[in-house]
Design a protein around this ligand. Structure first.
Ligand code: GLN
Length: 318
């Protein structure tokens, strides 16, 4: 497939996933997210050589939720370096993202940065690093997205803050094992603010773009400060843990490093090429967007951009 054919492809994908939009479920455990119109779909493909292809609601902001775990990890790695890995592991949990029994059974160890336990530890690191961690993340994302409109949705933030009993339980468990240094209140507050960041598919794809960098190619942006080894760790974690306990299934179906959020966004990194982000609010049973997951699957199938190598299709920038 030629790059020039991608706009047509994204529009075809938007049509193909339309029947799925009404099927997914909204995450009612965060009441404000339960009020979103399910029938929205957007997709953005952004390349290292500067192309941006959009379809549907690609510029509509939505709650990035757990996609913030990716950006928080990138920022923490950039500031703290590889010492970060002494605080959080690199193993899939095989459990839902908000599992807490495993945290207790493993004496407060956080298996990886993309489950809530690990993300709370990363947030704790950011709380120790910045006076206003959520603002540091916000500024970083405004810069990497090249867009000052990236923001924190206060209604979503309060909606989660009022109802985050499971995350509070996880944070207290982590604290009881000495795994977080700041107060539970501070960490939870910051975590809810970072989850309430609102970005469009286009802004997310731009902000994840440094992860697609291979040697010799280096886009600007604060997150581009990661070393090659750090980018490899982050993308490997996206492949093995980025879509929670569906990560194995996603890897087998799609074969790209991905990170999802219960706001319905999924961003995928295509090393050496770029990033694709799809969004639709309706979720499957594992908390991943039904239509966005299928859209990225169709994208990988049609372009051949996947580590699976089963496709006879190839992508060419010219
Ligand atoms: N804020 C959500 C939570 O902690 C994020 C979960 C997600 O997007 N998977 O439950």
């Amino acid at each position: 497939m030629l790059a020039a054919e991608v706009p047509g492809l994204l529009n075809r994908i938007a049509n193909q996933v339309r029947p799925l939009l009404s099927q997914g479920r909204l995450p009612k455990y965060i009441p404000q997210l339960g009020r979103v119109n399910k029938l929205q779909f957007g997709m953005a493909f952004v390349t290292l050589d500067g192309q941006e292809v959009l379809a549907g609601d690609a510029e509509t902001p939505f709650s990035i939720q757990s996609i913030s775990k990716l950006f928080a990890l990138m920022l923490a790695l950039e500031r703290v370096g590889d010492d970060l890995w002494s605080r959080v592991g690199k193993e899939p949990s095989g459990m839902p993202f908000n599992e807490l029994v495993q945290v207790d059974q493993e004496a407060g160890a956080a298996r990886n940065p993309f489950i809530n336990a690990g993300a709370l530890v990363i947030t704790d690191v950011l709380c120790s690093t910045f006076a206003q961690p959520e603002l540091a993340l916000l500024q970083t994302l405004r810069q990497s997205a090249g867009d000052e409109r990236v923001d924190i949705d206060q209604a979503v933030m309060w909606s989660e803050r009022d109802t985050c009993h499971r995350n509070a339980a996880i944070a207290h468990l982590l604290k009881s094992y000495g795994r977080i240094k700041n107060s539970v209140h501070t960490v939870l507050d910051t975590y809810c603010r970072q989850c309430a960041l609102t970005m469009s598919s286009l802004q997310i794809a731009r902000s994840a773009l440094p992860l697609a960098t291979i040697e010799g190619l280096s886009p600007d942006g604060a997150c581009a400060k990661l070393s090659a080894a750090q980018r490899h760790s982050v993308t490997a974690l996206m492949l093995t843990c980025g879509t929670y306990n569906a990560a194995g299934d996603f890897a087998a179906r799609i074969g790209l490093p991905m990170k999802s959020g219960v706001g319905g966004g999924i961003v995928a990194v295509i090393p050496g090429i770029g990033c694709v982000c799809a969004w639709s609010p309706g979720l499957d049973d594992t908390g991943n967007s039904l239509a966005a997951g299928r859209a990225i699957e169709l994208f990988a199938e049609h372009t051949g951009l996947s580590v699976l190598g089963s496709s006879t299709k190839t992508y060419s920038a010219q």
